[in-house]
Design a binder for this molecule. Structure first.
Ligand SMILES: *Cc1c(COP(=O)(O)O)cnc(C)c1O
Length: 359
């Protein structure tokens, strides 16, 4: 099968509308469960089948950023160090439910870590395809969980192609394609509303790489709105790095598909996605909420990182890109309640932080 054919097949197999999720009802939340599985009634997997490490319900509290208080959700505080665990816990629970014993993944970053961690926890075998030139530091966490690393010569695209081919015979636990992942990340929206007293914030500022959090959030807030739990849809503001901004550029030109770009190096490696497979959906989601895209420079990412570090928050540079985006968005939009997040832990990128400190 051609790669294009395979991509189409996978997107169809994983049809987002397929899951039958019931209306959100506050009385059906299992408040005794401290993590995100408190919302199991609205997830496509039963609690008894959950592959969980007690993740989620991360703190949401106010931090002074550039002169005003905003709510920052502490998403760096997950078992594998990033919010990707939201998607991994739900996706891997579904894998176990279906009796699948082996999965493939193709991320050298936080998604690879999260899937490898939950595969280990579930006792499921996991092959992770990565570009051969990926740094040792990034691969250590994935390998440490016992995942089988397959190094692919060539660029990120070659790696994706190799993983897609493997996915013809093995379950593809993809954070980009698999909607089960989005059912996990949608819990971010549930938690934010619960933590605000079952109210929606006015604005949510999110990173935009492959859109796993952005699309999950959109899904979650939409569910709450349609169920009558909240009265308004927050504006979703999506942040890209200027050095790799296929969606920001499309947005500025009023296009509905991502534009073709070459990925220039950026400190925010976690959102440096030149070819987001759900790019069209991401543009649609932002538009549907009357939000917008912003792009941030390397200088802005660095300044935001230093600001967070100076307040005692040890986060990775990709996370500070979102904070830089929030600072920028605040100059464009006047709103009351702002929510954003720290997406990944700083201990994941010691080398980068080290090189920044030396400058
Ligand atoms: C994955 C990731 C992002 C970007 O998320 P997408 O789902 O690709 O849009 C941002 N920050 C961190 C730390 C990540 O791991």
């Amino acid at each position: 099968m051609s790669q294009v054919g395979l991509k189409a097949l996978i997107l169809k197999q994983y049809n987002l509308e397929e899951q039958n999720i019931k209306r959100f009802d506050i009385n059906s939340v299992s408040f005794k469960i401290t993590g995100l599985w408190r919302y199991h009634q609205f997830l496509p997997v039963d609690l008894e089948q959950a592959v969980t490490m007690g993740e989620g319900y991360t703190p949401l509290f106010k931090i002074d950023i550039a002169g005003s208080l905003v709510y920052v959700k502490q998403e760096q505080l997950f078992p594998s160090g990033s919010y990707k665990d939201r998607g991994a816990t739900v996706l891997m629970s579904d894998v176990l439910k279906r009796g699948i014993t082996k999965v493939v993944q193709d991320s050298s970053g936080n998604a690879g870590c999260a899937i490898a961690a939950y595969a280990a926890n579930a006792g499921v075998k996991c092959d992770v395809y990565v570009p051969a030139d990926t740094s040792e530091a990034k691969l250590t966490q994935i390998r440490a969980y016992g995942a089988n690393l397959i190094l692919v010569d060539g660029d990120r695209e070659a790696t994706a192609t190799a993983a897609l081919s493997a996915a013809e015979n093995t379950y593809y636990a993809s954070h980009c394609y698999n909607p089960l992942f989005l059912h996990g990340t949608k819990t971010f929206a549930y938690e934010v509303c619960e933590q605000l007293g079952w109210r929606a914030p006015d604005v949510v500022v999110l990173p935009a790489g492959n859109g796993t959090l952005l699309l999950g959030c959109y899904m979650g807030f939409k569910h709450l709105l349609e169920s009558g739990v909240i009265e308004q849809m927050p504006h979703l503001i999506a942040v890209q790095a200027q050095n790799c901004a296929p969606l920001f550029k499309a947005w500025e030109q009023g296009l509905t598909e991502p534009v073709t770009v070459t990925a220039n190096h950026t400190l925010a490696e976690g959102i440096a996605i030149a070819n987001p497979v759900r790019g069209k959906e991401m543009l649609q989601a932002v538009k549907a909420t009357n939000g917008f895209f912003v792009a941030v420079s390397e200088e802005e990412i660095t300044a935001a990182l230093k600001l967070c570090l100076s307040k005692g928050f040890y986060i990775e540079p990709t996370s500070s890109a979102t904070i830089a985006g929030l600072i920028k968005a605040k100059q464009k939009l006047n709103a009351k309640t702002w929510v954003t997040l720290f997406s990944g832990h700083g201990l994941k990128s010691t080398e980068k932080v080290m090189s920044l400190l030396k400058k």
